[in-house]
Design a protein around this ligand. Structure first.
Ligand SMILES: [Zn+2]
Length: 311
């Protein structure tokens, strides 16, 4: 879709054409375009988790909400264009305002809504890496897209350099930092009493993940991060993945094992001296494609990500 036709679509769905035109020029191959277009119209679905926790989906990355007497705490903010539908969903869950927003990492489908969530009252918590990246112009060739810095209101102000525990409305909220894995900005969150974990893009439930090789991520770091997370979670934990439906520890383990198996397949082919295109042609993901290969990151794209991420 070129900019003109994007404009027509944007106008048809009630977004000012100037807004669409102001977005960074991207070729129609960019998944960012598809994901933003979906967020502009998709309903926000609320899935109850445990206790005062719910998952909101339909705005890029999944959002976790803890709603109680003190107000609300969110993990990730989705894409800004979903604001009215997310606000309706939050109001249905309970008392405003939003007191805290925790960003699992810098990617736009988790942070683009930061400015409005801050305007609604939230202090934004993130790693120093997330602050650095959301205040920079970032080119991601794998997405064929250049991200502009967030508006100042959306920049996290509580910057974590180590794990930190918060207490909010009866929940112990453990925020845990990770070594470079999906990106070099990652953290995850455990709500201890409810036994719920929000893993951001360290876990894509039932679909191949994106891994941001150009911004510190890599397949080996991703596998190590999932090993570290698995060691922290109880067997009956309820997991909010970055993308896909609510998951279990068993599904996270299967996801981790899929990553490791494909990593080994690609590494063996690479070691034989095969080029990236030859490795893609050898279909090293084939065994897993029926389960994981039907989303934005298709089997060839995922093979390319794994190949490029091998050190
Ligand atoms: Zn991400």
């Amino acid at each position: 879709m070129n900019r003109t036709s994007l404009c027509i679509v944007a106008t048809a769905i009630g977004i000012a054409c100037a807004t669409a035109a102001a977005q960074e020029a991207a070729k129609p191959t960019s998944p960012v375009i598809k994901i933003n277009a979906a967020a502009a119209t998709d309903p926000i679905l609320t899935t109850p988790l445990r206790g005062p926790l719910s998952m909101l989906s339909g705005s890029g990355g999944n959002i976790t909400v803890l709603s109680g007497k003190q107000g609300q705490l969110m993990v990730d903010a989705g894409i800004a264009v979903s604001r009215p539908r997310i606000e309706t969903a939050l109001a249905a869950l309970g008392k405003r305002p939003i007191k805290y927003l925790i960003n699992t990492h810098y990617h736009w489908d988790h942070t683009d809504g930061n400015p409005w969530v801050h305007e609604d009252g939230a202090t934004i918590i993130a790693t120093a890496g997330t602050v650095k990246r959301v205040t920079s112009t970032i080119r991601v060739d794998d997405w064929d897209y250049t991200f502009k810095p967030l508006a100042a209101a959306g920049v996290p102000t509580e910057i974590l350099k180590a794990d930190k525990t918060y207490h909010f409305d009866g929940q112990t909220v453990e925020v845990k930092l990770l070594n470079p894995s999906h990106t070099d900005t990652d953290l995850y969150v455990i709500f201890k009493e409810a036994n719920v974990a929000s893993l951001g893009d360290l876990f894509w439930n039932g679909v191949y993940p994106f891994i941001d090789n150009e911004n510190g991520g890599g397949i080996d770091g991703m596998i190590k991060a999932d090993d570290a997370i698995l060691a922290q979670l109880k067997d009956d934990v309820v997991i909010v993945p970055g993308h896909g439906p609510v998951g279990t520890k068993k599904q996270l383990r299967e996801f981790r094992d899929m990553l490791a198996a494909i990593r080994d397949n690609v590494a063996a082919l690479k070691k034989q001296g095969k080029s990236r295109d030859e490795v893609i042609a050898a279909k090293p993901t084939a065994k897993f494609d029926d389960t994981y290969g039907h989303f934005v990151i298709d089997p060839d794209f995922f093979t390319r990500i794994v190949y490029d991420g091998l050190k």
